[in-house]
Design a protein around this ligand. Structure first.
Ligand SMILES: Nc1ncnc2c1ncn2[C@@H]1O[C@H](COP(=O)(O)OP(=O)(O)OP(=O)(O)O)[C@@H](O)[C@H]1O
Ligand SMILES: [Mg+2]
Length: 253
């Protein structure tokens, strides 16, 4: 009997496969030049989950999202980022986007001179495409009404809707929302919340960063709290809502 036949007979010594989380950051470290801002962050997100990433001003929330989306700044110096078994940490931003990372930045980055529809069409210039534009309009009737309007003339809430819609026009696997309620009146916040509820029901895996922590917690399954570039809490959203000390210490609410 040769060696390979012997090996085939012997019991396997390989460990049983551990199910991998849909998304994970493994001890990521990122810098803006010399400035060390993401200081060994690790967490998992399961498929279909919505996770709130919370923390004070300057805690590193935006930097963490930008690192995940593989933008040039801050620069990832160490650690691994995995999405659906693919190594995001080896990729450039365009590759991460093609794989399905959809970052909706705080400034929304819509193209002001283009109409609503042109903004959506632009998102679909390349494969892989997500929802057809007509399906987007079913979920965002306000955008359907304004489809011919220049994006610059939209209200803040409508611009936020367009920014989220544009992510869905791509084949998004991980939605990263940076302060979607920022600068919006409470009544508009509730409207955006309803849209995010729908997105949650549809099973999109989402990380939401929000100053309005209570609103984000109500929407989320889990919560992470960042402080000075490190995760100081990882648990259920309810645990944060119920823990006044934690909220006061890290969220000032
Ligand atoms: N482009 C940059 N160059 C250098 N340092 C930066 C840059 N952007 C952010 N920082 C610093 O990195 C740290 C984390 O900032 P970040 O924007 O990630 O925080 P944040 O949690 O999103 O805060 P906020 O709630 O104010 O949005 C801060 O100390 C900030 O001053
Ligand atoms: Mg920020």
């Amino acid at each position: 009997m040769n060696d390979s036949a012997l090996a085939a007979l012997s019991p396997s010594t390989a460990p049983a496969a551990v199910p991998q989380p849909f998304f994970s950051c493994r001890d990521i470290h990122a810098y803006y030049g010399e400035s060390y801002v993401v200081q060994g962050v690790s967490f998992d997100v399961h498929e279909g989950e919505i996770v709130a990433l919370l923390g004070r001003n300057g805690a590193g929330k935006t930097s963490t999202l930008r690192t995940i989306a593989r933008l040039a700044d801050p620069q990832l110096e160490a650690g691994e980022i995995w999405l659906g078994g693919k190594p995001l940490h080896t990729m450039a931003a365009w590759q991460a986007a093609r794989l399905g990372v959809g970052l909706v930045p705080e400034d929304r980055r819509i193209i002001p001179a283009l109409s609503v529809e042109e903004n959506l069409q632009l998102a679909q210039i390349e494969e892989p495409r997500g929802w057809p534009i007509e399906q987007i309009y079913e979920h965002f009737p306000r955008l359907a009404e304004r489809r011919r309007q220049e994006a610059v003339t939209l209200s803040g809430g409508e611009q936020q809707m367009l920014a989220v819609a544009r992510a869905l026009a791509r084949d998004v696997k991980l939605l990263l929302l940076d302060e979607p309620y920022e600068g919006l009146a409470p009544v508009i916040v509730r409207e955006i919340e309803k849209i995010l509820e729908q997105i949650k029901q549809l099973g999109f895996t989402t990380i939401i960063v929000e100053q309005n922590a209570i609103a984000a917690l109500h929407l989320s399954d889990r919560a992470l709290i960042l402080d000075m570039g490190e995760i100081v809490f990882d648990g259920t959203a309810k645990e944060v809502i119920d823990n006044q000390e934690l909220r006061q210490q890290y969220l000032a609410i």
